[in-house]
Write a protein of this length. Structure first.
Length: 118
């Protein structure tokens, strides 16, 4: 599986962005899809995840109520809708794929920069 993330950019605080991650390969629908982010000087942080089977989701506390993860298996794409953005959301965002919610990541996409100005 190859992952290609897009949709990052510069936005003012309070604004919105939608990230997309297009996947190659026929097995996309069998993978849990994740969005991670890494801010300067900080470690990777899991932001959101969506299961392969029933569409159940996970959100990190800092983004609950503001971010929404979704997937379109017909288009082999996972999305991250980000609303009410804050300067602390500034980071490089990565999509990733794993077999389960708790297993190791098998595939990483390249990052897309999100910058939120105050």
């Amino acid at each position: 599986v190859q992952l290609q993330a897009s949709g990052g950019g510069l936005v003012q605080a309070g604004g919105s962005l939608r990230l997309s991650c297009a996947a190659s390969g026929r097995t996309f629908s069998t993978y849990v899809m994740d969005w991670y982010r890494q801010a300067p000087g900080k470690e990777h942080e899991l932001v959101a995840a969506i299961s392969a089977s029933d569409g159940s989701t996970y959100y990190a506390n800092p983004v609950k109520g503001r971010f929404t993860i979704s997937r379109d298996n017909a288009k082999n794409t996972v999305y991250l809708q980000m609303n009410s953005l804050k300067p602390e959301d500034t980071a490089v965002y990565y999509c990733a794929a794993g077999r389960t919610m708790t297993s190791a990541i098998e595939y990483w996409g390249q990052g897309t920069q999100v910058t939120v100005s105050s």
